[in-house]
Ligand binder design. Structure first.
Ligand code: CA
Length: 228
């Protein structure tokens, strides 16, 4: 049974979500403030974390950042009452995998949870392999990325995108293909999503993100990973 950690302070929402997720066959534990959420999340006992942003104690952003720093690889889906692109960008940059603005449709939330869990299983498959390019070393088994001897924090999605590009290195991949293979579901997604994640990967991994040597744009088509 998949275990979900729900970090949320609105009692009504805790009840509704717990009820629905439980009836869908998930095991749900809830934490009502950021500090408890962080300490529960750091146990590594969860397959997925639903994380509110506005929380007593410690913000969802801070919880997310610290979970990633603590090496927790579980998909994190952020929930917020605040709308707007800023939260989304900030959340995804610090290692969240997806984002939903309240109020949301339960069916949509369930679809995203399923998609995130499916992806997590897909990349948890053993791949005893490391891969080097430029100043970067990737360890697929540990989902670890080192650049210039320093660990780089990638979101699960960024790691999956990078992995797919590397597995298909030398081949030009369209944005549509990347969306389908890496994100795996269509709801409310745009090819722009791919561009944003590519920009983040370049920022984190390329020596000069403005003149990338490995994560290349193929104009009018999509992207390609080049080894050298
Ligand atoms: Ca809240």
């Amino acid at each position: 049974m998949k275990k979900i950690l729900l970090v949320e302070d609105e009692e009504g929402l805790i009840l509704t979500l717990t009820d629905r997720l439980t009836s869908e066959g998930y095991e749900v534990e809830s934490a009502t403030d950021g500090d408890i959420g962080l300490s529960r999340g750091l146990t590594g006992a969860f397959d997925l974390i639903l994380l509110d942003i506005m929380l007593p104690g410690r913000s969802g952003f801070d919880v997310c950042r610290r979970l990633r720093q603590g090496g927790i690889p579980a998909p994190i889906l952020m929930l917020t009452a605040r709308g707007g692109v800023v939260d989304k960008v900030e959340g995804l940059q610090i290692g969240a995998d997806d984002y939903m603005a309240k109020p949301f449709e339960m069916a949509e939330l369930l679809a995203r949870i399923e998609a995130l869990l499916r992806r997590a299983i897909a990349w948890a498959k053993p791949a005893p392999e490391t891969f080097r390019f430029g100043a970067v070393t990737l360890d697929f088994t540990k989902t670890e990325v080192i650049k210039d001897g320093q660990p780089v924090i990638l979101s699960a999605r960024e790691f999956q995108l990078l992995r797919y590009l590397i597995e298909n290195r030398g081949k030009t991949l369209t944005r549509e293909e990347l969306l389908e293979k890496v994100w795996g579901y269509d709801a409310s997604l745009f090819t722009r999503t791919v561009d944003v994640h590519m920009a983040w990967l370049r920022q984190k991994l390329e020596l000069n993100p403005k003149a990338p040597e490995h994560l290349l744009t193929i104009r009018g088509v999509g992207y390609k990973f080049a080894e050298a």
